[in-house]
Write a protein that binds this ligand. Structure first.
Ligand code: CS2
Ligand code: MG
Length: 402
């Protein structure tokens, strides 16, 4: 029997910080897992190095489900982003190994293709409405069929989701950047910015918008109602998602579809949202929701309730997560959309992948496993660089949800 011989944790900053797990079997097969938790990277690196790696050595890499149960139930302490990201890295690496051993892409092990390609949405943003419109035009020229639109709110001089350089990466400060927030200013401005996009470009593409947990349920209900004429593909994270029941109020007032779940980690965190049909898209991802094994379980539950997938895919999710997402997205019946932000060139020097984008669809080459390689030598040139995500403060100085 082949056994797990080695498990190494790499922390590097090619373009931004990533934590990567590499498992090697006694037959010399390697598997990769993403273990990146933006702004809290070393907590997961330690969870892996100090607590999980010693448990892996000598075990059978083929028993993926058993390993998942062993690490989840065996911790006693359940759920949470650090634990679930660490479990995810192990799970993803074992699927990669299983694919390589079988000589098959992972999506074949998940039941094979349900579709020809994975619909993605790109990120258009602007410091004002005219520059947002220019950016939307750019994404349309690039062939994107779905575009998320975010513009800086004039009264507060900025907003989440607005790109500064070529890449959007909000974890920028060596201490958290403190950004001003005004719900009133946002609600006065954002519906008009989305309407401007529809007025200029029409309706032959999907338009998305991220509210980034900023509203109360009744404010979100008003927002959703007000933008109904924009026919959004979704309004994302209208309200902080811990309170699943809160979505019922939004739901009662608007037909704007709702997506949430990028910061949630387990099937229990989305159970009510799904089974009571309070959302339309579930945004849990491979890296933060327990790996391919657990995310598939979430999506299978969602399929019973007309909820489709819409996995988080910002640049703080490594190319390993993106590849794993593409394999899962290709296979599941209730795929909705995949978030996609191109990684920095430095990131792609370290992570060599087989994922490609054409006509707004992602696909992978027919290679065994997940099709990603980690260049350890190249990674050495990019040492870990601690960064924090920003925090938001209301105009009276009190903390708001970022
Ligand atoms: C955002 C993210 O992609 C999204 O929808 O909400 O940019 C999020 O802010 C970051 O991934 C946080 O690490
Ligand atoms: Mg989001």
């Amino acid at each position: 029997m082949s056994t797990i011989e080695r498990a190494e944790v790499f922390v590097a900053s090619p373009g931004r910080n990533f934590v990567t797990l590499r498992i090697t079997t006694s037959d010399g097969v390697t598997g990769l897992g993403d273990a990146t938790l933006n702004g809290r990277e070393l907590a997961v690196a330690s969870y892996l190095r100090d607590h999980l790696v010693p448990l892996l050595i000598g075990r059978d890499p083929a028993r993926i489900e058993d390993m998942w149960q062993y690490l989840y139930r065996g911790a006693y302490w359940r759920r949470g982003p650090v634990t679930m990201t660490a479990i995810s890295a192990v799970d993803t690496a074992l699927w990669d190994i299983k694919g390589k051993v079988a000589g098959l892409p992972v999506y074949q092990l998940l039941g094979g293709r349900s579709r020809d390609g994975v619909l993605v949405y790109g990120h258009a943003s602007g410091t004002d409405v005219p520059s947002l419109l220019d950016d939307v035009a750019r994404f349309r020229d690039l062939g994107y069929q779905a575009i998320r639109a975010q513009a800086a709110v004039p009264e507060i001089g900025g907003s989440y989701g607005v790109r500064k350089g070529a890449i959007y990466e909000p974890a920028a400060g060596s201490l958290p950047d403190e950004q001003p927030w005004s719900t009133e200013a946002y609600l006065n401005f954002a519906p008009g910015s989305l309407r401007a996009v529809r007025e200029r470009f029409g309706f032959d593409f999907h338009l998305l918008h991220d509210v980034h947990h900023r509203l109360t349920p009744i404010e979100a209900a008003r927002f959703g109602k007000e933008v109904e004429d924009c026919r959004l593909f979704w309004m994302e994270d209208p309200t902080p998602a811990e309170n699943q029941d809160a979505f019922r109020l939004i739901r009662q007032h608007t037909t704007t579809p709702i997506a949430t779940g990028e910061i949630l980690n387990s099937i229990w965190d989305v159970q009510q949202l799904i089974t009571e049909q309070l959302i339309d898209y579930v945004r849990t991802t491979v890296v933060h929701a327990g790996g391919i094994t657990h995310l598939k379980r979430i999506f299978d539950l969602a399929a019973l309730y007309h909820v489709r997938s819409g996995s988080h895919g910002a640049t703080d999710l490594s190319p390993i997560t993106l590849a794993a997402a593409v394999h899962l997205d290709l296979a599941i019946p209730n795929f909705g959309i995949q978030e996609y932000m191109a990684h920095a060139d430095e990131t792609m020097e370290v992570f060599r992948t087989n994922v490609h984008l054409e006509d707004g669809l992602l696909d992978t080459a027919e290679v065994p496993g997940l099709g990603v390689e980690y260049d350890e030598k190249a990674a050495e040139r990019f040492p870990y660089d601690p960064r924090y995500l920003p925090v938001a403060r209301r105009l009276d100085g009190s903390i708001h949800d970022w």
